[in-house]
Design a protein around this ligand. Structure first.
Ligand SMILES: Nc1ncnc2c1ncn2[C@@H]1O[C@H](COP(=O)(O)OP(=O)(O)O)[C@@H](O)[C@H]1O
Ligand SMILES: [Mg+2]
Length: 273
């Protein structure tokens, strides 16, 4: 779906991406991990052409990304980005105006725009904030409004830069459910996060970045079983996997071939042992 081929990017003298190659498969959920400053945001900003690589190429659906006005417009309809900082994303006076902006620019009828805005606001649990001025929202509410704005455009690929940072657990579950719904509807998701346990439980693939490079990619089980990689990238083993592997090693659990990914799966294994 998206391929980055040997891309390098610098902010003045700072090399933020150093020869990064990556393949994003259609329909999968990707978690992007790595310490602050690893280059996650910079990489994500390349996926819809906000940043342009200094060298290397990016392909969308097999064609090289072009950076002309029209081409970028087309690309951004397909690849929606929810920024790390919602202040950057929201620019209209009210929540409803902000969420309408994308769909309106897609040339949809006003009925269709209204329908999409209402359903995005509803899905994000902020329908009640519809007429509120965006600059009076709390940080979490701004994040939810920014997510609604991207969802309203129904992109094929949704890029989420630390979307759950700073959300309470109710809204966290809510947006994760929205993301799952988008994914079931066929959308490809790429989410950066510092939540290792979530990445293990949620993602189909995990990408680990370190110092502007991709240090590892694989299924959650592959990545989190790679102790050397975890050490190098200052990650820890997800609690569910850690407990499971320790109990297995001590003979306290039988290996039935499926490794638990969720807390409830681990607990039910314990219940059976
Ligand atoms: N606008 C900018 N100007 C200069 N350097 C930047 C800018 N944005 C990011 N950087 C630098 O680029 C590197 C990668 O940053 P970033 O992509 O934001 O990492 P992450 O999202 O993983 O925390 C860091 O060293 C950071 O300090
Ligand atoms: Mg970042």
């Amino acid at each position: 779906m998206i391929e980055a081929r040997e891309i390098t990017f610098k902010y003045d003298s700072v090399t933020a991406l150093n020869n990064v190659s990556l393949f994003i498969e259609k329909g999968l959920k990707y978690a992007l991990l790595g310490p602050n400053g690893a280059g996650k945001t910079t990489l994500l900003m390349h996926l819809n052409g906000i940043l342009r690589p200094l060298s290397g190429k990016i392909f969308y659906g097999g064609s090289e990304i072009k950076y002309g006005r029209e081409a970028l417009y087309e690309l951004r309809r397909r690849v929606g980005v929810v920024f790390q900082d919602p202040e950057v994303q929201l620019f209209s006076a009210t929540v409803a105006e902000d969420v309408s902006f994308g769909p309106m620019n897609m040339g949809l009828s006003s009925d269709e725009v209204k329908k999409r805005v209402d359903s995005a606001l509803y899905a994000c649990g902020i329908y009640n904030l519809k007429e509120r001025p965006t600059h009076f929202l709390s940080h979490g509410q701004k994040k939810l409004a920014a997510i609604a704005g991207v969802i309203a455009m129904s992109p094929e690929v949704v890029v989420l830069d630390e979307p759950i940072a700073g959300l309470d657990h109710i809204h966290r579950e809510m947006v994760l459910n929205i993301f799952s719904g988008l994914n079931r509807g066929g959308a490809t998701l790429i989410m950066s996060t510092h939540d290792i346990d979530l990445a293990y439980e949620w993602a189909d693939r995990v990408i680990v970045m370190r110092e502007g490079t991709v240090a590892g990619v694989g299924t959650p089980l592959e990545v989190f079983s790679d102790d050397k990689l975890l050490k190098e990238t200052a990650l820890y083993k997800p609690i569910v996997l850690d407990v499971y592997q320790r109990l297995l090693n001590r003979g306290m659990l039988k290996d039935n071939g499926t490794v638990p990914r969720q807390r409830t799966e681990l607990l039910s294994l314990l219940g059976q042992s």
